[in-house]
Design a protein around this ligand. Structure first.
Ligand SMILES: [Zn+2]
Length: 406
């Protein structure tokens, strides 16, 4: 058994080392081989070998670095080579599909948003494949070598096997083998992740939580959910689990939720629920300025900022409901930072203090004292979420090894 598992073990070490070296070059480049050896804690001979393979595959390139103040021969530094490598980043959300080509530095080559109606006689998987095929045809002039496909979407997902068990909004999705279907069609690896988990990774890699070891990111949108980074790693990465705060009961007598329970946070704080509640309360408050325009999230937030009492009360109500659950999470995870990703962030001056007040009153003072509630850097649209999956697959070596093998 030991002999049999040996090659796999060596491959795993090679993959991990290559990923670690690539990460250092990507984050610090141009960087010398000597510095790489020191930072990666690998022998110079190992660095030489890994770098040689990456140079031959055109994943890194050499450049001259002139040390400041030195008059000697410039040293040779290494930088990643990213422009000739593209990947498809895909995001599916309520009623729409975003498709983008990015290069390996995550830079956008082209991005499009298309409608994906909630109801259709055509199966969901077929519709997605059609969108991808049409996108590739439209942009084949721009396409460099395709390395991977990254997909983020809401739902219950087996990320390991690329199977989407269920999706909100699209009722016909059941046990959809999305990963396998796309992999066999394109021959490139397919990475699938829940969009809130992927967004949490994106903020950690490129956005508002960069450098933080412990983070809670809460998304309040059509769905309500959270991503947790604990000691620098995404909680539940690689499994189908999500931090399901949206399905925590906040009102035992509340509305029935699609999950089967009653009064879940999502039935109270999701965008649709909040707009429904606002409609009901507007009937009892004829003096509210909300009556002046058709009700949207933007108008609700704007009215709240203009001092409308009903609008303010609705927004701080969202903050209080979310804050109560967050206070429990603070006691569990002791984060440095809490990020809120929501269209309600337009009224962050009202929303964030309401959330902060709950946390300060209801969680351990030693934990809550230093916590800042901040906005995510990215909005809940576009394809940065998929960029995080590809970056992660390069850094952990899994995608890198495939690219090295050609
Ligand atoms: Zn629920």
């Amino acid at each position: 058994m030991v002999a049999e598992s040996q090659p796999g073990h060596i491959d795993q070490i090679k993959q991990t080392n290559a990923g670690a070296v690539y990460r250092l070059i990507d984050q610090l480049g141009p960087v010398s081989r000597i510095d790489l050896s020191r930072l990666a804690q690998l022998a110079p001979a190992s660095i030489t070998k890994i770098v040689r393979e990456m140079l031959e595959a055109h994943l890194v390139q050499e450049t001259e670095i002139q040390e400041p103040g030195s008059r000697g021969r410039p040293a040779v530094g290494l930088m990643v080579e990213t422009e000739a490598w593209h990947y498809l980043s895909l995001r599916i959300s309520r009623g729409e599909i975003n498709l983008a080509l990015r290069d390996l530095s995550s830079k956008l080559v082209v991005e499009e948003q298309q409608e994906l109606p909630l109801q259709s006689p055509q199966p969901f998987l077929e519709r997605v494949i059609q969108h991808i095929d049409a996108f590739f045809i439209r942009h084949q002039q721009k396409l460099e070598r395709l390395t991977a496909i990254a997909i983020t979407l809401p739902g219950i997902i087996d990320t390991e096997n690329g199977i989407v068990h269920r999706m909100p909004f699209y009722d016909d999705v059941k046990e959809m083998p999305l990963g396998e279907a796309l992999e066999s069609r394109t021959g490139v690896p397919v990475y699938i992740q829940h969009d809130i988990s992927a967004w949490t990774m994106a903020e950690a890699l490129f956005g508002a939580s960069r450098g933080a070891r412990d983070v809670i990111q809460v998304v309040i949108d059509h769905n309500v959910g959270a991503g947790v980074i604990t000691d620098g790693r995404l909680l539940h990465a690689g499994s189908s689990s999500l931090v399901e705060i949206g399905h925590t009961q906040v009102d035992p007598y509340g509305k029935r939720c699609y999950c089967g329970n009653h009064g879940c946070l999502e039935t109270i704080a999701s965008v649709e629920s909040v707009l429904d509640l606002t409609q009901v309360r507007m009937k009892q408050s004829m003096s509210s300025m909300l009556h002046q325009q058709p009700l949207t999230v933007e108008w609700l937030c704007q009215a709240a900022l203009l001092g409308d009492l009903l609008a303010k009360d609705i927004i701080s109500g969202v903050g209080t409901h979310v804050g109560r659950i967050l206070a429990i999470m603070v006691n569990l995870f002791n984060p440095q930072k809490i990020l809120i990703g929501s269209p309600f962030n337009l009224a962050s001056d009202i929303l964030f203090p309401a959330i902060g007040a709950c946390i300060h009153q209801q969680s351990l003072p030693a934990y809550s004292k230093h916590i800042a509630v901040e906005s995510t850097q990215f909005l809940n649209r576009g394809t940065m979420t998929g960029a995080a999956l590809v970056k992660d697959a390069l850094y952990n070596g899994s995608l890198l090894i495939r690219l090295l093998q050609g």
